[in-house]
Design a protein around this ligand. Structure first.
Ligand SMILES: Nc1nc2c(ncn2[C@@H]2O[C@H](COP(=O)(O)OP(=O)(O)OP(=O)(O)O)[C@@H](O)[C@H]2O)c(=O)[nH]1
Ligand SMILES: [Zn+2]
Length: 206
């Protein structure tokens, strides 16, 4: 796999100008997907030398429209809060629906409404239960000059794949548990089937 290079860095003020973020595009990804890096310098009080990094898989329904079927929108907000404070990057990966795309995710949701779990529903559609490759994130980090990260995730596979691709994951930091009546089963399934570090015991609805 070829290397990536940084193409363009542009500062975008977020949250009414309270957060300044640098949006970074890349050259060299043969898939043609427009993965984006979002860099935060960190506030002086809580800055850390090793960047805090979140690999965030695109979720249009959750990230943009606040869907209650998952926790993606809340996790993205949490990542912006934490990484803006400590310094680091969100890598916003265009891996909608764990890599199967938005339309297929809606098909999977329809199957879940008939009783299948999130992974079974993908398989019913003859699609991988999780089709994501986080190797691209390792390439993005290397092109940014980042070889060591503190990783914000509950998904052990993200850390494993970064390590396999030459990134030193020095610390794993879980995200909060953003549970509600609509996403409890989705979260429980991640913990049960993919060993996500989600402690749902005693978690009421937010
Ligand atoms: N196919 C499918 N994709 C889903 C479903 N719910 C959420 N997603 C997608 O899952 C991705 C988020 O991945 P998750 O496996 O939920 O969590 P993660 O990002 O691996 O783990 P964390 O780093 O701990 O958040 C996004 O791309 C969502 O669009 C679903 O029911 N079916
Ligand atoms: Zn989501």
């Amino acid at each position: 796999m070829n290397e990536l290079t940084v193409k363009r860095r542009v500062v975008i003020p977020m949250r009414a100008g309270e957060v300044m973020a640098e949006f970074i595009s890349f050259d060299g990804d043969e898939s043609g997907k427009e993965h984006i890096g979002i860099g935060f310098t960190g506030t002086s009080a809580s800055k850390n030398d090793i960047p805090l990094v979140r690999l965030h898989s695109e979720c249009l329904t959750g990230d943009v429209f606040g869907s209650g079927r998952c926790d993606c929108g809340e996790q993205l907000d949490e990542a912006i809060d934490k990484i803006n404070a400590e310094g680091g990057y969100i890598l916003y990966l265009r891996q909608e629906g764990r890599g199967i795309g938005l339309y297929a995710k809606l098909e999977a949701y329809a199957l879940q409404d008939q009783g299948y779990d999130t992974y079974e529903a993908n398989e019913m559609l003859h699609l991988p239960d999780d089709g994501r490759d986080f190797g691209i994130a390792a390439k993005m980090l290397k092109s940014l000059g980042v070889n060591q990260v503190r990783l914000l995730t509950n998904n052990p596979d993200k850390a494993e794949q970064l390590k396999e691709n030459g990134i030193d994951v020095v610390e794993l930091l879980p995200t909060k548990v953003h549970v509600n009546q609509h996403n409890r089963q989705y979260l429980e399934t991640k913990a049960k089937r993919k060993q996500h570090t989600l402690d749902l015991d005693g978690e009421g609805f937010e």
